[in-house]
Write a protein that binds this ligand. Structure first.
Ligand SMILES: *Cc1c(COP(=O)(O)O)cnc(C)c1O
Length: 410
């Protein structure tokens, strides 16, 4: 979002025009930013055969998936439905890596039938796969490296107490199953968490993967996961992609020499690709002075963007419709009947009833985690690309809340 001559723009389209055309609340994604981020990754790792598998759960709108597909990304999915949407977006089954956690074997069979890449993170499902398919269906293994990494405890998933991945301490049991069924292990994977800024975490992960990889002769790729840190406020430290690209590529090429074959290097970023591209545009319903503070109550809340309440996530907020206003301090809150703080103690250009606020970093885990709590309707989604703003999801209507309800007559 840029400010030019007192007007905010998202990819050359005035933000207030978008609100006039599509209404609020509305999620807006800047397609150019998404493409730019993908290219940053592709370039940082251009010295190795890199594949970027977008973690679809961050933002699953099919128009966004199609855009990423066109720019050469693959997909990382966590459910069958997400995978099917990926197929509808045009991804080839083999470009989709299905990485579920705690699903039934039925769902894994469905993924095999669809021809997806399979990535398993527990020994019982490896057994099931071996029993049913033997060596004929290759699969990757998600490992748990016992590394504490990530922005906060709720998004750290690579530590010893996490439900994700097979513990590196359980390698003997893994090898037993692999040998028993002659499983074809085609990849190794570690995803340790989200908001990881240190290149060292990835290098630490890499050295664990490289050592374990020597036991698997059929590998085609090593998957280093996602979780790159993105900036949430001005001056925030983020993953230094160039540095990571250089260091990790060097280490990887060294490993490939040891392994005797050049493998593919995979990443599965969600946030990095779409977080900064997204904005949740909301309108101010009320400015409420209390004895202790001034609340700005907006026509959205934790039903549309749950990250502040769920993860204490920080989302920068800008008053788009009063860029000349005198800065004042506010608590920006949603309309949900729960504690529903979007931004506490924020300095904004003076907010008046009716003002439009832009909540930043709303591309990842925004709409995809939204709900109908309080029987509120979910917002529309708009994609701005090549100078045009286009609707990519209609705003919900009352009927959407009722369409699956069945009236039981007792
Ligand atoms: C959610 C998830 C990601 C993406 O994480 P980001 O922090 O959005 O980059 C990557 N891999 C797996 C397996 C995931 O579950």
């Amino acid at each position: 979002m840029q400010l030019k001559e007192n007007q905010y723009y998202i990819g050359n389209v005035p933000v207030l025009d978008i609100c006039r055309e599509f209404g609020t609340p509305v999620y807006v994604y800047d397609g150019n930013t998404i493409v730019e981020k993908l290219h940053i990754l592709q370039e940082a790792f251009s010295g190795v055969p890199v594949k970027i598998k977008y973690a679809a759960k961050a933002l699953t709108n099919i128009s966004v998936l199609k855009l990423l597909k066109k720019e050469g990304a693959g997909l990382d999915t966590v459910s069958i439905q997400e995978s099917r949407i990926g197929l509808m977006a045009g991804f080839a089954p083999e470009d989709i890596m299905y990485t579920p956690n705690c699903v039934s074997f039925d769902e894994i069979e469905e993924a095999v039938e669809l021809g997806l890449g399979i990535n398993l993170d527990n020994i019982p499902m490896l057994e099931h796969l071996g029993k049913k398919y033997g060596s004929t269906v290759p699969c990757a293994i998600r490992l748990n490296p016992h590394i504490v990494a990530g922005g906060n405890t709720k998004i750290q998933v690579g530590h010893k107490y996490s439900k994700f991945g097979i513990s590196v301490e359980q390698m003997p049991q893994v090898m037993e199953v692999v040998h028993k069924y002659k499983l074809t292990i085609n990849g190794l994977h570690i995803h340790t968490g989200s908001d990881i800024k240190e290149a060292d975490v990835f290098l630490q992960t890499a050295s664990i993967l490289f050592d374990l990889a020597m036991q698997f002769p059929h590998l085609k790729f090593i998957n280093f996961g996602g979780g790159f840190k993105v900036p949430y406020k001005p001056g925030d430290h983020t993953t230094n992609m160039k540095e990571l690209g250089r260091k990790l590529s060097d280490a990887f090429l060294g490993f490939c020499k040891r392994y005797g074959k050049t493998l593919e290097m995979w990443f599965e970023p969600g946030k990095f690709l779409v977080s900064e591209a997204g904005y949740l545009l909301v309108q101010t319903n009320v400015v409420k002075q209390t004895p202790t503070t001034v609340f700005v109550g907006v026509n959205s809340g934790m039903n549309h963007l749950i990250r502040p309440m769920m993860y204490d996530a920080y989302h920068d907020i800008v008053n788009v419709s009063n860029p000349d206003g005198a800065p004042k301090e506010y608590n920006v809150v949603g309309y949900i009947c729960e504690t529903d703080t979007i931004g506490a103690n924020r300095t904004l250009d003076e907010v008046r009833e009716g003002d439009i606020l832009a909540i930043k970093n709303a591309g990842a885990y925004g709409f995809s985690m939204s709900s109908n709590y309080n029987s509120r309707l979910r917002p529309a989604e708009v994609l701005v690309y090549q100078g045009q703003a286009k609707l990519i999801r209609r705003r919900e209507v009352l009927d959407d809340l009722l369409k699956n309800q069945v009236e039981a007559n007792f």
